[in-house]
Design a protein around this ligand. Sequence first.
Ligand code: TYD
Ligand code: MG
Length: 458
Amino acid sequence: MAVKKDKSVFFCQNCGYESSKWLGQCPGCREWNTFVEERVKSASAAAKFAPDTSGALRRSKPEIINNVSFHEQERIKTGIDEFDRVLGGGLVKGSLTLIGGDPGIGKSTLLLQVCRQFAKDGLKVLYISGEESVVQIKMRADRIGKFSDSLFLMCETNLDLITDTVKESQPQIVVIDSIQTMVSDSVQSPAGSVAQVRESTSVLMQMAKIMGVSVFIVGHVTKEGTVAGPRVLEHMVDTVLYFEGDSHVSYRILRGVKNRFGSTDEIGVFEMTETGLSQVMNPSEYMLSGRPENASGAVVACCMEGTRPILLELQALICRTNFGFPKRQANGTDYNRLNILMAVLEKRVGLQIADCDAYVNLAGGLKINEPALDLAIVMAVVSGYKNKPLDPGMVFFGEVGLSGEVRSVSYASQRIREALKLGFTTCVLPSSNLAKTEGIKGIKLIGVRSVKEAMDLI
Ligand code: TYD
Ligand code: MG
């Protein structure tokens, strides 16, 4: 963003799209009413540093790729496996990590626990909060456990003071909670504006690269108002993690969205307890707990979250509609997908469900949009419609096409192994996936080619 002189610019608070005039809908992210006016000043404080925010050394001459030497990135482990895995095997020295999420989801709690582990290992950690007082943080810390003396707390929002403190006290880990409260004197806009959070982030990026400190920044996801969301920063930082969950359910998912030092396929599962967040090592067991026995319309599906298979319970309630227009509702799955699958059942199998209300729910509050869930949705709808329960030892996965065919999905053997691990006896899968599952023993595999074949199992 090169700004020549003092001027007024309109920014999308959601994705950071810049425009010279106000727009009702953002052309970048298609959100409505997200544009606010901000004044931007000519020179940015970060401009005096190199414009290259990746921190790589600027070289004046082109170099042959094979001659570029590097050494393996130094990684610091937190000992919280779910967290380390999402980071790609530990925290990289001198990296900038953004942790985004809805307010109140547990970002501060997670980072305080991570800091506690770092401090335990003797690393010097500086936790800077612009939202809570030191006493408030201490109260939260008391719920989590004992802390070592190498964790320092500070309440500050002025970025220039923060960089001075970091220079002076030389910590190895710095946490900024949250980026939307930080102000850099070089930008006139108020805290939380797009220009301000971008400027603050680029200053922190320089700090991380030049001093070799690993920095975490917290970014609240905001739906309205004039506070910029974390998406406007995604392109600037090394790693972007989102902490997701529903405030009504206690588990939380940490998802990697961008990672310059590892894969983004990983998720970490946590549970919010009285004493902070605890890791959920076996999410399938957690998701299936409290499953009703022999209920019609209930099916166990196997989905992938990144590279991890998770077993989930899918429920369908089918009843005759009392009105002319049947009602359909999908919780945790795609609504349009449900409509398509019900049309497939109507047309290809001849099931008279066009005048039925259908409510489909993924128990546990997870949201899954994977095609491999199709077969389970179909089975749940059929079982619910016929009011016949399925064998509780069965697991389903497979994509359903518009001709009623069951198509292959990826990671078949991982899914089957997960079902086997949790004691399921039968797995119903696309027959085209059977070829790659030869070595698996201890579970009955039923390959199906079409929805009709699968329905015969009911
Ligand atoms: P917090 O980390 O403050 O959220 P964020 O920083 O993302 O805004 O978490 C706040 C919620 O977590 C709050 O509603 C209370 C709950 N909580 C627990 O249930 N147990 C705990 O031990 C702690 C510390 C918080
Ligand atoms: Mg917080």
